[in-house]
Design a protein. Structure first.
Length: 122
């Protein structure tokens, strides 16, 4: 589902306990404490889901476009990150909907990735 020209979103996966971490440049496993050589960058193990969202009307970070939708995205079991959701407004969203990652291409972007509903519904 990713644009093949875009860098893939990666997570750190622990060979010892099977847990995931973001970002992928982990110094070791955050769950079992395995050393860094036991943690490898991998794509997300399955669909990513929207856990919560809110429309922001204030520029909390320099360069953040407002209004915008910020959501909590579950990248893997137990790994939830706040991210910019690429929709015109939150009426296109529902909790637990599957999301796809989209690489940001605009210079000066505050984030490397955004997310949008699977199928590109906006």
């Amino acid at each position: 589902m990713n644009d093949t020209s875009a860098p893939l979103l990666r997570l750190a996966h622990c060979a010892g306990c099977g847990s995931y971490t973001y970002p992928p440049e982990a110094y070791g496993c955050r769950v079992c404490g395995a050393p860094a050589d036991q943690v490898q960058p991998v794509p997300p193990p399955g669909a990513m889901h929207l856990r919560n969202f809110i429309t922001m009307n204030a520029e909390l970070v320099p360069g953040l476009p407002v209004p915008c939708v910020i959501g909590e995205v579950e990248l893997a079991p137990g790994v939830v990150e706040e991210a910019l959701i690429d929709v015109a407004d939150e009426s296109a969203l529902r909790l637990d909907m599957p999301l796809q990652v989209v690489a940001r291409t605009d210079e000066g972007a505050t984030a490397r990735f955004t997310f949008r509903p699977v199928g590109g519904a906006q």
